[in-house]
Design a protein around this ligand. Structure first.
Ligand SMILES: *Cc1c(COP(=O)(O)O)cnc(C)c1O
Length: 426
């Protein structure tokens, strides 16, 4: 059915300089599984596993002294890893901190930067946003005594999947105080033009920040050069930090004089934190935006994951990721058995993140059939299936195998064996 494409896949894998990193991950290939859900939860790598074991060992042997002793002293780990993470977002090392969660960090950014006035009270976002982001925005509008229906403006999508940057820019009117958007839309995988949006916002005197959950670790950024005001992200998707791993935040250095809206003792200047003074002396950089004691067991995996990313380089990761998603889309277009699927991800390379969304009326049952055959996709209500071929651990032959299997399922109508329940998280 697809001999030529298979040869192409083998050739690409043969030339792939990232190929050796696959061996560092627990890919389940021994049980013939192909994991394509790294945009929900990245796989465990051996360096991260080792880092967690070392953290437990430090606790065992140093107890309280682990804060200042051992290979990775806990007291400065959030700052140290923030500096390492800065290259993933294109920031200066003082502009990034490892802390909190996506949701908490957005709350911190809004508590700090959303200062509504009667004339300028609107938070501008978009209707396809991840719900937790919208809930956070609603909270701050309410906390300031404004109304959601007049102060939260959501740009709508013309096709239900993607957004037009021009529509977003047209909504940047005088009453907008702050803009919060996702870099990559979590369903369709559309990558927005962050530079264009930032320039347009600043021309209109509006602050702008981005949720990088679906781009960090997959797409390079230049937040400092673009002048983005703030950003926040999780680390359990393309950064492979593990379930609930500690998140990150970027605050442009032009805002480092600002007192964080939410204050906690881990945001203190480290030299005076243990003076336990009743008044807050903030740290100099992005570290000021931390709250309480860092969740070190959920930070430790990042020691391994960030080391791998630094070595592999985000530019190479992006290059391979684009080649993988392009190959994926090409196969969907080529296999006649897959003609009933619709590709909802933009086809232009510059407008695409690291995953592909297919739609099919039988998506729920098809996902069950795929899982039964060892292909791990990501079901999205009601008709969507996301596939993320991840540069660090997936191969071109994985993509070929996954789509050949999908084609067989469609040819044999194998999904009809499964129940048509929609409540599944496949
Ligand atoms: C994954 C994701 C989140 C999750 O937020 P948590 O606080 O980590 O649960 C938020 N926003 C976007 C865009 C995401 O993709």
């Amino acid at each position: 059915m697809s001999g030529l494409q298979f040869e192409f896949a083998e050739k690409m894998d043969g030339h792939d300089i990232l190929h050796p990193y696959r061996e560092e991950f627990y890919t389940h290939s021994a049980t013939n599984q192909i994991y394509l859900d790294g945009n929900s939860l990245g796989l465990l790598n051996k360096r991260s596993e080792q880092a967690v074991l070392e953290l437990l060992e430090a606790w065992k042997t140093h107890a309280i002294d682990g804060w200042t002793e051992g290979k990775h002293p806990w007291f400065t780990m959030s700052e140290q890893l923030g500096r390492q993470m800065a290259s993933l977002v294109g920031a200066n090392s003082s502009e990034v901190i490892v802390s909190g969660s996506t949701t908490v960090n957005l709350h911190q950014m809004l508590a700090t930067f959303y200062k509504p006035t009667a004339k300028k009270h609107v938070i501008l976002s978009e209707a396809l946003s991840f719900p937790t982001d919208l809930y956070a925005m609603q909270s701050h509008i309410q906390l300031h005594g404004y109304q959601e229906n007049s102060s939260l403006r959501l740009v709508t999508s013309n096709d239900g999947y993607t957004l037009s940057e021009d529509d977003i820019i047209a909504a940047m009117t005088d009453d907008v105080a702050i803009i919060v958007l996702s870099s990559v839309l979590y369903r369709s995988g559309q990558l927005l033009d962050l530079q264009k949006l930032t320039t347009a916002a600043h021309e209109r005197g509006i602050l702008i920040g981005f949720d990088l959950c679906h781009s960090i670790g997959s797409v390079p950024h230049e937040l400092s050069n673009w002048g983005v005001d703030f950003a926040f992200w999780c680390t359990y998707k393309h950064v492979n930090g593990g379930p609930g791993s500690v998140a990150g935040m970027y605050i442009n250095q032009k805002h480092h004089h600002v007192t964080p809206g939410l204050r906690g003792w881990f945001g203190s200047d480290k030299s005076v934190q243990f003076d336990m003074d009743a008044s807050f002396t903030k740290a100099d950089g992005a570290g000021a935006f931390q709250l309480g004691t860092p969740h070190l067991l959920s930070i430790a995996p990042l020691i391994g994951s960030l080391a791998i990313m630094e070595e592999a380089s985000i530019a190479r990761i992006r290059e391979k990721s684009i080649a993988l998603t392009s190959f994926f889309i090409e196969l969907v277009d080529t296999f006649p058995e897959l003609s009933s699927f619709t590709v909802r991800t933009p086809r232009e390379v510059h407008a695409r993140g690291g995953h592909v969304l297919l739609e099919h009326p039988e998506a729920a049952r098809i996902c069950k059939a795929l899982k039964a055959k060892g292909i791990i996709p990501d079901f999205r209500q009601p008709n969507g299936i996301r596939f993320a071929p991840v540069a660090l651990y997936n191969t071109f032959t994985d993509v070929h195998q996954a789509l050949t299997t999908l084609a067989e399922i469609m040819r044999d109508k194998a999904y009809e064996e499964y129940e048509n329940s929609r409540g599944v998280i496949a």
